[in-house]
Design a protein around this ligand. Structure first.
Ligand code: EPU
Length: 428
């Protein structure tokens, strides 16, 4: 096990290239199950969640062939292998095997997914969708069993706007008989990316990017080639780091429209930025003004950037209030930021950050992926050395983060944890 160390205070300068989107990748890989011939996906990030899903595709009989960032999945020999335990529990997105295997084989057994602890993360809307399409769904000893004689298109209203449920229902519906309408669908760019892949495979989907998606089922889907979209959350994280500690940083391979809510808030804080094609320049600024943020479904402020943004607020003048309406319990970074001298309190569902505060390096723990990103942003700004454990969470979602930050001038490195540190970490 490794820990991450950051000597704070070094100015970030230069260019960083954004990788392929994690939350697209984790749906595109399972979507390949639905094809009857090989699917090639270009630009995939080398992160542990992608590795785990690629292993799962092999477990069900697929062959996977990596060439750099390009993966070709041959689904021809895949079978409806039950996956009640094992690697499915390592990440959230393994739930996309439910929709994809149900769509292809009309049956699936998938262990309830793991992933970051952000408070309760029910999958009732996924199940509501599968049932509406004609599947019988049961929960037996922690695994979801799905069976259907045939899947028939249906009209499905999501009670909660859910990225996962929208994608999962799309996966099951593209090979169902007849027309499916998903109402109150999520509109995230990753959903459009998955629909683009499915359309290239021969699916008939209309309305993605709006809150009503219409799908006309087809009997079979074929292989294709697809290039993944850039990761808007990774882009947002580096943009926040640049606002916190940058001189002149260029974020390359970014679709700025995808992070408009973040950019609007940074402009309010006084951060100067210039957009040019696929690049975003973040210029130096002397002082920042606090702002309030409330996370919302896309195109609102993304919950996945709430934690790193909270670290940035410690540098801003006055008081900023952060409310996460998607995951109200996504607050595990707060105690760790306090260890670093941040003036933060939680009242009701609001996080109140007072600044500006000079953060101090400390030993802290990343309890989930974006909490890890928040601690890295804090570590870059802090006096002295910050030691972050729980690095495996960060490696689930950020490709080459140490190398990318070093290239920008950060003093960040990894060390193996000693046995004593591992024991302390496991008991904490
Ligand atoms: N919800 C339900 N019932 C459901 C599904 C969701 O009540 O059946 C609730 C959730 O509890 C939450 C809200 O609806 O309060 C939104 O959840 P959603 O289903 O949209 O989240 P998700 O699909 O499980 C994805 C990302 C998350 C990101 C959320 C919100 C993936 C693999 N994960 O999760 O990403 O926070 O959308 O945008 O795409 C991350 O990247 O760090 C991460 C956690």
């Amino acid at each position: 096990m490794q820990k991450l160390l950051i000597e704070g205070g070094h100015v970030l300068n230069g260019q960083v290239r954004v990788s392929g989107a994690k939350n697209s990748a984790v749906a595109l890989l399972p979507a390949s199950i639905l094809a009857d011939s090989p699917v090639t996906i270009e630009g995939l990030p080398q992160i542990s969640d992608v590795g785990t899903l690629s292993d799962l595709l092999e477990e069900i009989g697929g062959t996977v062939n990596w060439e750099g960032q390009t993966l070709t999945v041959n689904p021809e020999r895949m079978i409806a292998m039950p996956l009640p335990n094992g690697k499915v529990k390592k990440l959230r997105a393994s739930y996309y095997f439910m929709g994809a295997m149900l769509g292809k084989f009309k049956k699936a057994v998938i262990g309830l997914p793991g992933g970051c602890f952000l408070g309760p993360r029910p999958i009732d809307q996924h199940i509501k969708g599968f049932e509406a399409l004609g599947a019988e769904v049961t929960n037996e000893q922690g695994a979801i069993y799905l069976r259907a004689n045939e899947l028939r298109g249906a009209r499905i209203y999501l009670d909660v706007v859910s990225v996962g449920a929208t994608i999962n229902i799309m996966l099951a519906a593209v090979r169902a008989k007849g027309k499916t309408i998903i109402e109150n669908a999520a509109k995230e760019p990753e959903i459009i990316d998955v629909a683009t892949l499915l359309t290239n495979m021969g699916a008939k989907i209309k309305g993605v990017g709006t809150d009503v998606i219409r799908i006309e089922g087809v009997p079979e889907l074929h292989g294709c080639r697809h290039t993944i979209i850039p990761d808007r959350i990774e882009a947002g994280t580096y943009t926040i780091a640049a606002a916190a500690q940058g001189k002149e940083v260029i974020i390359d391979n970014v679709i700025t429209n995808h992070i408009e809510a973040l950019l609007a808030k940074l402009r309010e804080m006084g951060v100067r930025m210039e957009e040019s094609g696929e690049q975003l320049l973040i210029a130096p600024q002397d002082s920042l003004k606090s702002v309030d943020i409330k996370t919302l479904v896309y195109p609102g402020f993304p919950t996945d950037l709430q934690q790193p943004f909270t670290s940035l607020l410690t540098k801003a003048e006055n008081t900023g209030i952060v409310i996460d309406t998607i995951y109200s319990a996504r607050l595990k970074h707060i105690d760790e930021l306090r260890r670093m001298n941040a003036k933060i309190k939680v009242e009701g569902g609001s996080v109140i950050v007072s600044g500006p505060t000079q953060l101090q390096g400390a030993k802290v723990k990343a309890t989930d992926l974006r909490a890890g990103a928040a601690l890295i942003v804090a570590g870059l700004m802090a006096n002295g050395v910050t030691e972050i454990t729980g690095v495996e969470h960060i490696d689930r979602g950020y490709e080459f983060i140490t190398d990318k930050l070093r290239a920008l001038g950060a003093n960040i490195w990894r060390e193996e944890m000693t046995e004593q540190e591992m024991k302390q970490f496991q008991n904490s």
